[in-house]
Design a protein around this ligand. Sequence first.
Ligand SMILES: [Cu+2]
Length: 299
Amino acid sequence: MEARSAGEAYPGPGHGQRRFKGTPSKGSPSDCPAPHPRVGLHSPHPALLRAFLPGGFVRRSWLPVAFLWLGYTALLVALTKYVNILPVKWAEEAHVVDDAFLLLMYLGSPVMAIVLAVMTWGAIDWRSDGADREDGPNQHTNRVLVTTWLIVTSALAIYVVINPGFIGLTEIRGESSSDYAIEIEASQFFWEITYHNGATALDELVVPAEMRVRYDVNSTDVLHSFWIPAFRVKIDAVPGITTQVYSTATAEGTIDDDINLRIQCAELCGAGHATMSIPVRVVSDAEFNKYIESLGGSE
Ligand SMILES: [Cu+2]
């Protein structure tokens, strides 16, 4: 192949293919033109290749990445700890979901950080300098690294499945005692609330504060999902099956106090899905009884 001077611009990926046009040689295979080496942007920087070779992770070129990794991890952990992105909590059981969310954020921080660290140092130091590159040396796996990675990540995954997975779910759903039960029936595209005295309402859900309420959830047509963001309860509404969730509202309040005090359908159920939202009002015991009487139940 022709050599190009160092200052010559990279001619583009199609360059050099012209020589392959025309009738193929009828001679021996050795007469075939040799494939031209890859150029410029197609090859990783040698420093990147060296770093991935066995033992490469202790090379000096990775030290900045290690520091960046620690820095990004600290930043992400601090953001998770000090910047509250979770909606307001309005139920005793809500902390289980929040704890699970935060745990996954903490576990995900170093993973996110290593990606950011490699990208940052790649952009700073491992950029192509524009020169032609030959193919790099063969790469072999780093057995110690792969084994350690598999063991650590598998152990973490199993831990998360158990706690908060099974343990958290048991805390939210497993306890079957409740002070009060409310029927929730989902239809395209509205919610019907039925209280113990047979009274029904379509415009809002009213629940007594500091009582453990069981929601018996059903659907008359397609799949919906009963979700009250402030309570962190969510369960599918399935035609023909009654699903149940529990929540204990911690204080009186309305949707005017927080937008997350509402029922919101959380399963795409048709054109009116987004409109399947009604306010939740948490009231005192006395006020609650007065409310369901005013609805005119049969009891
Ligand atoms: Cu829906």
